[in-house]
Design a protein around this ligand. Sequence first.
Ligand code: ADP
Ligand code: MG
Length: 324
Amino acid sequence: MAESEFDIIQHYFSGRQPGRADVVAGIGDDAAVLRVEPGVELVACMDTLVAGVHFSETTTAAAIGHKALAVNLSDLAAMGAEPAWATLSLSLPSSDADWLRAFADAFFELADSHGVQLVGGDTTRGPLAVTVQAHGFVPAGEALLRRGARPGDRVCVTGTLGDAGLALHKRAGVSPGLQARLDFPQPRIDAGLALRGHASAVIDISDGLLADLGHLLEHDQLGAALQVDVLPRSADFLAGLQSVGAAGEALFYELPLAAGDDYELCFTVPEARCNEVVRRLAEIGCACTVIGVVDEAEGIRCHREDGERYYPTSSGYRHFNETG
Ligand code: ADP
Ligand code: MG
């Protein structure tokens, strides 16, 4: 590398943020020393982005820097946690100053907007891969979990679905709005905090609605009936479908159901609390749509507005398929 590991840390990652009061020692010591207040539980998660798997050669450094943190903050959001700290492991084939600057600027822009301090990491030479670990807090016993849904609970999603999936599908001629949804997902931290004490179960949608809602339901051996016509679709999504020709009709259903990378929250809520939760989310500027009902039948069953069953052709992204 043109710059040493030490130079990279100094130039791009160290001393860039206001220090949080709960960071006793951050970047520069052998390990970070972090303070957790009494009565609070620490929520920790980690996600890796690998070149060629999670992003392509055309993905910008800024998008990689943003997304590496965003996907972790989305996991904290799904737990109802308030983000606090992150660590960053960078494997780089070479030290490219422009790449590093754009990567770090985007990483810190998102970190600062959520009060997250980078407190350490590791920098090595190797194939391009980025691992971020994020930490947040919840009052003891209040974390939102995947388990806890009950028959009769309403199934809800925040925001809109299928935008990132359509950007990936089209590759060329993607509108800036759709491209931003793929490259710069906005973690639903405020929505996660607002759901504490209300939602019965929560998951973030990274692999597609059917796959992730499936994970949530399988914890309690439950199923759900979904209304596929009411799935929330953005204006950008609907406009983008216009130019894909005959495939548009299938994609209208398939992408919101099965495409990943939206990083919205999917949650269940008792029917009696549903309207209040929708109102609370609206107050913080977060759209929320009721898309179905939890039941005791097997699997997730999709219905059109005329009541006809809709059979999805795919059910979400898997890194390792069933046979291998
Ligand atoms: P050690 O040899 O003790 O593991 P390192 O040389 O790996 O220390 O790291 C020095 C300091 O820089 C440590 O505090 C480490 O957490 C931090 N650090 C290393 N790489 C990064 C990075 N990419 N982002 C933030 N902090 C980093
Ligand atoms: Mg080290």
